[in-house]
Design a protein around this ligand. Structure first.
Ligand code: SF4
Ligand code: SF4
Length: 354
């Protein structure tokens, strides 16, 4: 790890002892294509009214450049999410790119709006052993989907979920889930959404919406801590720019470029180190993008076993995991979660609590 403790921007009065940073990131979000068939109001890019700003960031990461990045990071075998501000199934040359990731031993997980997931795509995702596919459903009715995502094709998305389940059959992968980002327009359907899907898919996830630089509905501990994402996750935009956070769709927090400088040089670079230093020394005002954000509190989980489900809750997320479908949630796919108990242990605990 690079040592910046004597750098000119360090104020010695803080007695800064840098937290360890891994050689390479364990989780990488790569926006292979900033391209989407929707314009969800909550999207960090496509939700903007500023078309010129969107035009400035949309684009596609070229295959050769992407391979260079992957070659460098493969030693860490990271979890890779091949999209941030795009619908992953619209990525040009998607199949080759997924195979590029899998052939380098990486764990591949993504969220999709499901609108273009036909039988051929479903079969490919199963054959390629993509590790996780979560469908952004947002509710159980056309009206709610229309409000949240601007499209009312809930039957199309539901059919895509069942298509992927059918293509997977008895196989282990992908882990299949559905998600809901809770907001005024769909809160009334939260329980119906959980009831609809908890016995069908492997995992139902609900989360809070990010608005105006923070999660307005999140209840956080009093003591603010450095944001854990700065130590685990590298967000890479389609031109190779790395920002400190995936919530920064318009690249206001660039800390380097992996196409020009390489992955390790950016991850361990001075600009990223400065941000971590400001967090560790509680100088939040020095990182305006983070100053008013409470996302640092999203990673502490409590656990509950109920109704055949292993439920993990943090201030931001709730994961309802089917106990009989836990075996495909492991390794890098845990994304920093503590390793869950085995399905056998969970079944025993569930029986004991009845
Ligand atoms: S589907 Fe995803 S990438 Fe597309 S606009 Fe909605 S949130 Fe953004
Ligand atoms: S504090 Fe918020 S904006 Fe900053 S890195 Fe964490 S989640 Fe992102």
């Amino acid at each position: 790890m690079q040592d910046y403790s004597d750098a000119p921007w360090v104020d010695p009065s803080f007695g800064w002892k840098p937290r360890p940073v891994t050689e390479l990131p364990e989780r990488v979000l790569i926006d292979f294509a900033t391209k989407c068939n929707l314009r969800c109001p909550m999207c960090p890019v496509w939700g903007s009214d500023d078309d010129a700003a969107i035009d400035a960031v949309k684009g596609v990461l070229d295959v050769a450049g992407a391979r260079r990045i992957l070659d460098e990071m493969m030693a860490a075998k990271p979890l890779v999410q091949p999209s941030m501000y795009g619908e992953p199934l619209l990525i040009p040359e998607l199949r080759g790119r997924i195979l590029d990731l899998k052939s380098r031993g990486m764990t591949v997980a993504f969220n999709t709006n499901g609108l273009t997931l036909d039988w051929e795509v479903a079969q490919f995702l199963v054959e390629a052993e993509v590790d996780s596919v979560f469908f952004s459903m947002e509710g159980v009715t056309r009206d709610t989907l229309k409000k949240i995502r601007g499209v009312d094709k809930i039957e199309t998305i539901e059919a895509a979920v069942f298509r992927l389940l059918a293509a997977r059959g008895e196989k282990e992968l992908p882990r299949i889930g559905v998600t809901m980002t809770k907001q005024d327009g769909n809160l009334h359907e939260e329980q119906a959404f959980i009831d609809r899907w908890a016995g069908i898919v492997d995992c139902v996830r609900t989360s809070l919406v990010f608005e105006n630089g923070t999660y307005p509905d999140m209840v956080v501990p009093e003591q603010r801590l450095p944001c854990p994402t700065l130590y685990t996750t590298m967000p890479v935009h389609n031109d190779g720019t790395v920002t400190i956070c995936c919530l920064d769709g318009f690249k206001s927090t660039g800390v380097g470029n992996v196409l020009k400088d390489g992955v390790k040089a950016v991850w361990q670079g001075e600009e990223f180190a400065k941000v971590r230093y400001y967090h560790e020394t509680e100088q939040w005002d020095k990182v305006p993008f983070c100053e008013g954000c409470n996302g640092w509190a999203q990673h502490e989980f409590t656990e509950e076993i109920r109704d055949g489900l292993f439920i993990r809750r943090s201030p931001q997320f709730v994961y309802y995991n089917r106990i009989d479908r836990m075996s495909n949630w492991k390794g890098r796919l845990l994304g920093g979660h503590p390793v869950p108990p085995s399905a056998d242990q969970l079944s025993i605990a569930a029986t004991a609590s009845e």
